[in-house]
Ligand binder design. Sequence first.
Ligand code: 13P
Length: 256
Amino acid sequence: MKQKTIIIANWKMNFEPNIEAGLAEKFVSGLTRLANDVEIVLCPSHVGLHQVNQFIKKSNLVLGAQNMSWVRQGAFTGEISAEMLDDVGAKYCIIGHSDRRIKLGETDKMVNQKVLCALVDDVLPIICVGETYNERSEGKKEIVVQRQLEAALKNVSGQKPIVITYEPVWAISPGGPAMPDDIQPMIELIYQSLIDYFPLELVEENFRIIYGGSVDGSNVSGFLELDKVSGALVGAASLSYDKFKTIIEQAKKNTC
Ligand code: 13P
């Protein structure tokens, strides 16, 4: 997997659109130079996508969304389709984040339906998998992650780029971070699963595996140095320009 390192800012439900737009403007003016070497994706709230894109579209930073519908169109009040995300300028969408799986009952099947809808409508999925603290304590982390991954990728051809995020739920701030030694075997498990499902050339060409959970400027290098880790999904530390910039600077060093 020799693709560009990707660092994704997941702003979750933290800021109003005008604040998101202000932060995006700052990120664009301060990070454009670094974005030649590191793919930087900003995922604001749905209502902030349009405003944030006004700054991003003139730059080499990339727009992503935090969620999308499991169906393509129709009477689904309040839902946002992949086509709508594509229309507003989003290249990526986070799918199956543990916030949604755990707090909103999003199932493996819905995650798969979302992935398939995204791929049809030219939105690239950032699929999140990861075990809870209890699942880990019960020795089930491998079973859970393999189940989530296999379900998410059902009927996926592997012809388009996909990002798989290993984000153990217990490692998300304020809980984490995981230690690199904890993560490496799980990354290996995900990679082995991918090459079971798809031809090796497609895995190498189209899949990136990244880590998420309490990533910050002090630990990101340790994660990016791991074999087959091509980036990070960042929550809390992406809400601050200075903290996020440090992460990107470290990521750039890792590409050199
Ligand atoms: P933190 O970086 O705040 O731990 O959040 C991780 C996350 O959930 C990103 O999607």
